[in-house]
Design a protein around this ligand. Structure first.
Ligand code: ADP
Ligand code: ZN
Ligand code: ZN
Length: 792
């Protein structure tokens, strides 16, 4: 008899442990299966995380997870519902994430499960438990194809439908659904034709087309029958695309990656290459080598740069062996990709951070492109950092990790300097030999002092006129933080705020509305001040719409430019629709002269040859935020966006408008001088005890009643401080006072936090896990841990 250790999927804020269930002898269960169990009087779905022969521990002892076994008393697994979704390694990974990030185990095993693929347990009105079938599964299509006597069978003259169907099938295999759409009901026709052997109707597996932005690809393109899902040979794959002669830097990077792979212990190679230096080409070659050894590879890219352009480069090299995973896909599409990977036909998975958790077997390399990106950290449980989980995985499976960036995170640079398992290779030049564009800093304070009031400085205006009239393109970046437009009463200073969030409402020209950008709360803009009745309500700040209309006016009046030059605005409002992002980029690409005006989302991944001017409208708003990474982010943003200019023959230039022209982050970015930036930034981090000099975690506390939240946060702080004093006893650990979060109220929920710092190398998760496992949870205040937080 086997005993299964089962992670029961019941929503919990406490940290959960697996429970043991006996497996009936006639039941086929394996690790990773979703099963039906009973826990605390209710039925629930659980995931099998381990299996042990019960005789090894007859009625006593503990299982792998430390759970006491008493086999005779154990409840039984009631049914196998679906899966397996992960193997022993996946179970170990889930356990690692749960421990490292102090997260419920159930949230960690869910990472491995395609959404919608497991039945849900629901309780009916009559109090009985029911299983609700999974929403997602395989989709079959019925296809009509030629039968053995296709050529011989001649329909009668008046059998019109038979003639139509035969004509259609004669032109190629066709779906029953398609025939029905065209000719009406065809079932009796197909039956007759089938009986005569003229056609054959068969079921074929369908892949829901995966949309990445606008372009769709689907499994059908390569034939929909199972037989076509075979592994293309590596040689065939490599022949498929042009492989440029590698630069010296690329050769060195590949050598470092080969060495790290040979060490087979999860070593990390940082490819520190400017934009356009050929990092992607390095990834492609490294992956070729991995595939040639019969192993597989994962490529993580930031959600926003997961465009057809990016995916296309991998597909043109590795063809149908590339699977794609990202959060904008529907559940059905994700399931199909998951299933495709599970079949063994996929050899490379390209995707956002969730691409780590597919059933891709025998992974020998994980590439994390743009490793400095914040989107590699998940902001809900489990709050894992994909970069670090990748490292753990490769250490386990004897592979290597490649991190790539033009602006590596300070953490990565620090690790390269201090950790022998890390190396870095610099690619300081663009692959095509083009220089990086010069960056000019435009001092907006000086402009203002000299009487200028436009958000476009004289220099930026002249540069726009020159480039656009020459038929070139420009990219203008709006730092969205600080760009919201709000109302202010000039008499009493009143600013309308969201009643549910601690933030001012944003004014929208369209419809004259005030909108909360956190919760969506919307009201009509008041005609007079609701506080003092004054009619002098002034609009402050400039929304992206306002910048767009000002820019439009500016261009319209420009000699040699005028109204024909389109302004394409790309921000949260214009990219909500699926594929909108891609469509805007395509429009920009196809236009003659044009301006792409957008928020942070335009800073990366754009690759247009004819962009000769990049302007940053407001570089400094991030410097004021109470965020220890603000300077680092500003530096990275400017370097990233600068890389969009002058990528091909046409030389580029960059203008950075700022009210803080002296700030080191901006000056250093303008000189592409990372050393200058780090020399200023690192001593500050060290002095104030921030990463990379300490390990940090954040306890988040939230609830509807501010007093309760504050009290609970203080209680947690005190308990944790005591626990650390008693168990760790190292005075270098600090627990800061409980304080409101920067966004102190969100959707009527009050938010507090407690910051914990520990010396580097200390296991900061351990005391937090202990606290969260043992503490009494509050009935209506929530708490969670964020280890290595991105924001405070
Ligand atoms: P990155 O990922 O660092 O931004 P890419 O790999 O996208 O750089 O390369 C930038 C451009 O240079 C691409 O158009 C790519 O095809 C080209 N490229 C890359 N490596 C080489 C090379 N060795 N020789 C010539 N062109 C190259
Ligand atoms: Zn007022
Ligand atoms: Zn709100």
């Amino acid at each position: 008899m086997f005993v299964a250790s089962v992670i029961v999927d019941i929503p919990t804020q406490a940290l959960d442990a697996p429970y043991s269930y006996a497996v009936p002898d006639d039941m086929a269960v394996s690790v990773g299966c979703a099963v039906l169990v009973t826990l605390g009087g209710r039925k629930a779905v659980g995931y099998v995380a381990g299996l042990e022969e019960a005789s090894a521990a007859p009625g006593e002892g503990t299982d792998l997870w430390g759970t006491p076994l008493a086999v005779s008393e154990l409840r039984q697994v009631e049914a196998v519902l679906a899966g397996p979704f992960f193997d022993e390694e996946g179970a170990a990974c889930a356990r690692y994430i749960a421990e490292r990030y102090v997260a419920p185990l159930s949230s960690c095993v869910r990472l491995f499960t395609p959404p919608g693929a497991v039945p849900r347990v629901v309780r009916g009105r009559d109090g009985r438990w029911r299983l609700e079938e999974p929403k997602i599964g395989e989709v079959d299509d019925r296809w009509v194809t030629r039968g053995p006597s296709f050529g011989e069978f001649a329909p009668r003259k008046n059998a019109v439908k038979q003639q139509q169907v035969l004509a259609a099938v004669g032109a190629g295999d066709v779906r029953v659904a398609e025939l029905a759409r065209e000719f009406g009901s065809v079932s009796s026709t197909l039956k007759t034709l089938g009986e005569r052997g003229a056609v054959v109707v068969e079921r074929r597996r369908r892949m829901r087309g995966v949309e990445i932005g606008g372009a769709a690809f689907s499994g059908e393109a390569s034939g929909a029958d199972d037989a076509s899902v075979s592994t293309p040979s590596v040689a065939a794959l490599s022949r498929a695309a042009v492989r440029p002669q590698l630069t010296e830097g690329q050769v060195a990077a590949l050598a470092a990656i080969e060495e790290a792979r040979a060490a087979a212990c999860g070593r990390v190679v940082l490819v520190d290459g400017v934009t356009g230096s050929g990092k992607t080409e390095v990834y492609l070659r490294a992956i070729e080598a991995v595939l040639a050894e019969g192993r597989c590879a994962i490529v993580l890219v930031p959600e926003i740069s997961l465009t057809p352009q990016t995916v296309g480069r991998f597909r043109s090299r590795f063809g149908d062996a590339v699977a794609v995973m990202h959060s904008r896909m529907s559940d059905g599409e994700r399931f199909d990709q998951w299933d495709f990977i599970k079949s063994g036909a996929a050899r490379v998975v390209v995707g956002a951070r969730s691409a780590l958790f597919t059933p891709l077997a025998n992974v020998g390399l994980i590439v994390v492109d743009e490793e400095h990106e914040g989107s590699y950290k998940q902001d809900s449980a489990p709050r894992y950092q994909a970069r670090d989980v990748a490292r753990w995985m490769m250490a386990r499976s004897g592979g290597a990790v490649v991190l790539g960036s033009a602006t590596p995170s300070i953490e990565a640079l620090y690790a390269v300097a201090k950790d022998p398992a890390w190396t870095s290779v610099a690619l300081p030049e663009r692959a095509n030999g083009r220089p990086l564009p010069p960056v000019e800093v435009v001092d907006m304070a000086a402009e203002f002092a000299s009487g200028a009031r436009s958000m476009f400085s004289g220099r930026l205006t002249r540069a726009l006129a020159a480039e656009l009239s020459a038929g070139h393109k420009a990219v203008l970046l709006l730092n969205q933080r600080g760009f919201a437009k709000f109302l202010l009463c000039r008499d009493c200073g009143f600013v309308p705020e969201c009643p549910h969030c601690a933030t001012s409402l944003t004014y929208h020209e369209e419809g004259c509305k005030l909108v909360c950008h956190h919760c969506g709360y919307t009201v009509a803009a008041p005609p007079v001040c609701p506080e003092c009745g004054s009619p002098y309500l002034k609009k402050f700040g400039a929304g992206t719409q306002r910048v767009e209309s000002d820019l439009r006016a500016l261009l319209d009046g420009m000699p040699g430019v005028g109204p024909e030059v389109p302004v394409i605005r790309m921000d949260a409002d214009t990219t909500t629709a699926k594929g909108a992002h891609q469509e805007l980029l395509e429009r920009f690409g196809a236009a003659q002269a044009a301006v792409l005006l957008g928020t942070q989302m335009i800073a990366k991944g754009l690759d247009f040859d004819d962009v000769t001017l990049v302007g940053v409208i407001n570089a400094d708003t991030q410097l004021h935020l109470p965020d220890y990474r603000a300077s680092e982010r500003t530096f990275q943003l400017i370097e990233q966006v600068a890389g969009r200019a002058g990528r091909a023959e046409l030389p580029g230039r960059v203008m950075v408008q700022t009210y803080e022209a002296d700030s080191v982050a901006i000056q250093a970015a303008a000189r592409y001088d990372r050393g200058m930036f780090l020399r200023a930034e690192l001593p500050k981090r060290k002095l104030l005890a921030y990463p990379p000099y300490v390990a940090m975690a954040n306890i988040l506390v939230w609830g509807a009643d501010e007093h309760e939240v504050a009290t609970e946060a203080e209680l947690l702080r005190a308990q944790l401080a005591d626990l650390i004093r008693d168990t760790v006893g190292d005075p270098r650990w600090t627990v800061l006072p409980a304080v409101p979060c920067t966004l102190s109220k969100l959707r009527n929920t009050y938010r507090y936090h407690v910051v914990v710092k520990a010396p580097l190398g200390a296991d900061i998760s351990a005391p937090l896990a202990h606290l969260f496992r043992t503490r009494q949870t509050h009935p209506h205040v929530n708490a969670a841990v964020d280890v290595d937080p991105m924001d405070l």
